[in-house]
Design a protein around this ligand. Sequence first.
Ligand SMILES: Cc1cc2nc3c(=O)[nH]c(=O)nc-3n(C[C@H](O)[C@H](O)[C@H](O)COP(=O)(O)OP(=O)(O)OC[C@H]3O[C@@H](n4cnc5c(N)ncnc54)[C@H](O)[C@@H]3O)c2cc1C
Length: 300
Amino acid sequence: MKPAPFAYVRPTRLADVVGELVAAEAAGGGKVLAGGQSLVPVLAMRLGRPRTLVDLTRVAELGQIGHDGGSLRIGAAVRQRHVERTAGGDVPLLAQALPWVGHREIRSRGTVCGSLAHADPSAELPAVALCLGATLDVAGPDGRRRIAAEEFFTGAMSTALGPADVLASVQFPLARAGEGAGFAEVARRHGDFALAGVAARVHLTDDGVHAADVATFGVADRPQLRSLRGPLAEAVTRHGTDPDALGRELTEPAAAMAQEAVTTTGDAHASPAYRRRLVTALTPRALARAVTASRKRAAA
Ligand SMILES: Cc1cc2nc3c(=O)[nH]c(=O)nc-3n(C[C@H](O)[C@H](O)[C@H](O)COP(=O)(O)OP(=O)(O)OC[C@H]3O[C@@H](n4cnc5c(N)ncnc54)[C@H](O)[C@@H]3O)c2cc1C
């Protein structure tokens, strides 16, 4: 199928992107176009019929990526592939998750902010944003506002963005000493959306375990964040940081977590029971990887 006819505009100022969206709203609806990797298929299948596409990739400020205080700020036009290649030292969880997003060709066009705005429940990056406590910077008709990741994702394919809002950038906190990241997912083929996945961040010092945050995705209408700090602290006290022993100790708490986290009804690909088994298996793996990474970082 071909998309329904639409007007296409490509402003060079952020204020004009918002202005075009406001004007489009009054004339039947508009949509931001970033990398087009999700929007174009939606148009081609006529699942959406916006009257106007507002391309933001010519706005210079949205193409910026760099440090901003203690965080990495990624503008709305920055492609996923660029971040994958450059963010490893700053935000390791982001760099670990990105190779799982579709295929390299898709990541060469797709943007980090586009994935967050699209809010697919099986997408990797919303879970990473939630796990790390990212902050989203939004420009809209009433000016700028900042939204915490935990308030941004409101349901399947829905966010706190209004129809004329633009997600201008996202800020991921830089990894601190003692922090480690772990990521694990299962998809039917590499590049497919996940059947279930887990993003984990731990903060571990000689004083003990200060954080063990786990964000699940692909198992509910939006990513969900839970803490396994207590079980991880107990496991580390008993077994130190040996990944195999940690994996075994964490299986039971992971199963309890999976029981609550998986709320999807089954689909053609997997039943809820299978997804619970995946979360139970993936969570200890991701946490053990995060602990190993944290020790390496502390030793470096
Ligand atoms: C074959 C294939 C496989 C894929 N596999 C995966 C996968 O495994 N995991 C995964 O996470 N994704 C996957 N994707 C989707 C891909 O990651 C997209 O790039 C991403 O979801 C959307 O980013 P985009 O920049 O292409 O956004 P677009 O397609 O341009 O836009 C997507 C939606 O977000 C809105 N939007 C985009 N940017 C903004 C903004 N800054 N402010 C407000 N609204 C905005 C648009 O209006 C639109 O509604 C896949 C895509 C394809 C085609």
